[in-house]
Design a protein around this ligand. Structure first.
Ligand SMILES: *Cc1c(COP(=O)(O)O)cnc(C)c1O
Length: 390
């Protein structure tokens, strides 16, 4: 049963949702090369851990980009059940996806209002995060003309130079917000270097946001993303906005990961072959067997979001509990593992290799690919059978 079917069924019955332990979406397992498991109870546990860390501030959830590749509908449903009340997305279309499963939630749209699109926010009962005076003028006009009071956030730029009103604009506007009919429900800013606690920009941004907040007294204020939360209470304000930490990535790079792992990826072994010493594997013949070798071919490739760059970096996957090195380049739909060191007949056709999970975390995998956990998560492929555990 799909999540939507499950929901309408429970609505009819008027009972609490009977959340099954495992829900499967996507093609059946027998028809695919990879199985992606998302542990919704780990996402909930991560949200609860952040909630208690920042209390009495509120903890929202950032669910943009399909909840960092984990699936916006199941993630929002799980977090709503855990009593998360505020969600951030990047685009209005994503706000609609949140609204479909969380009728009562407050939803902010980080990328703001594109020209002429103010009415789409009212349609989805979503709140724009306004980042320029032009957007504010458009929102103002829309709210006046339609008597709309759905709320909006003001984003102040404190050093990221991406979105947001300048400090000068924020100061000039502060005397005028009480006259904005529609109401500003949130003021926020975004840290550029929160993952580096020693970076001097952190304190400058914290200080500047503190000064601006004082001019918007009585309005909820928000500064911290996942890593920002771990910079300490000066960033917590009234509301925090974690994204990547909910999905199991380490918000404190260089120290132990305080979050629970969420995503597991397994790929099916399509065949196991023996090759001679001196034979090469894969495109470009970049990997050569230094001894007679056994190679397991796994049906996951870069088209599944397993980055091609990983093939050049000494990465590994787990077969029968042991780490086996990737051999040669990642193809579009396949990759090769050197399973020579495994006992005979331990790696067999039809078995699964673990590419993510069993100790291989998103941060480690991202490092092999020369990128960050965010990119690994948001590229998770659409061909997998997806298993949601709760
Ligand atoms: C994406 C985003 C977040 C969440 O960031 P994480 O580092 O994933 O926790 C918070 N605030 C803004 C403005 C964002 O764009």
């Amino acid at each position: 049963m799909s999540l939507r079917e499950r929901k309408s069924k429970t609505d009819k019955e008027g009972a609490a949702p009977p959340v099954p332990a495992v829900t499967q979406v996507g093609p059946p397992e027998a028809e695919v090369g990879g199985i992606l498991s998302i542990d919704l109870s780990a996402i909930e546990a991560n949200w609860r851990a952040l909630t208690s860390r920042v209390s009495p501030a509120e903890c929202s959830a950032v669910v943009k980009a399909d909840a960092y590749g984990c699936g916006i509908a199941p993630v929002v449903q799980a977090l709503s059940n855990a009593r998360c009340k505020t969600f951030f997305v990047a685009q209005v279309a994503e706000a609609r996806d949140v609204r479909a499963v969380a009728p009562e939630a407050v939803i902010y749209v980080l990328n703001g209002i594109s020209p002429g699109a103010a009415s789409t926010f009212a349609d989805a009962t979503a709140r724009p995060v306004i980042g320029s005076l032009a957007e504010l003028a458009e929102w103002d006009a829309f709210c006046r003309a339609n008597d709309w009071r759905g709320g909006a956030a003001l984003h102040f730029d404190t050093g990221m130079n991406r979105l947001g009103l300048t400090a000068e604009e924020a100061v000039a506007l502060s005397s005028r917000t009480k006259n904005l009919d529609h109401g500003i429900t949130l003021v926020m800013s975004h840290l550029a270097c929160a993952d580096d606690p020693d970076h001097p920009l952190n304190d400058r941004q914290i200080q500047q946001f503190r000064d601006l907040r004082l001019m918007y007294r009585g309005i909820t204020a928000s500064l911290a993303n996942s890593s920002g939360i771990f910079l300490g209470p000066t960033t917590h304000c009234d509301l925090v906005r974690p994204g990547v930490a909910l999905y199991g990535a380490n918000p404190t790079p260089g120290t132990d990961n305080p979050m629970r792992p969420v995503v597991e990826l397994k790929g099916r072994i399509v065949q196991v072959r023996s090759i001679a010493r001196g034979a090469s594997v894969g495109y470009g013949a970049t990997w050569t067997a230094s001894r007679p070798a056994k190679i397991a071919i796994v049906s996951i490739g870069y088209a599944d979001g397993y980055l091609r760059a990983i093939g050049a970096s000494g990465a590994a996957a787990i077969v029968a509990g042991r780490r086996c090195p990737i051999a040669g380049r990642i193809s579009m739909d396949l990759l090769a593992l050197d399973v020579t060191e495994l006992p005979d007949n331990v790696a067999r056709r039809g078995d699964f290799a673990t590419l993510l999970g069993e100790g291989i975390g998103v941060d480690e995998l991202a490092g092999w690919g020369g990128t960050i956990s965010y990119e690994v998560l948001t590229r998770l492929g659409s061909r997998y059978a997806r298993v949601y555990r709760s």
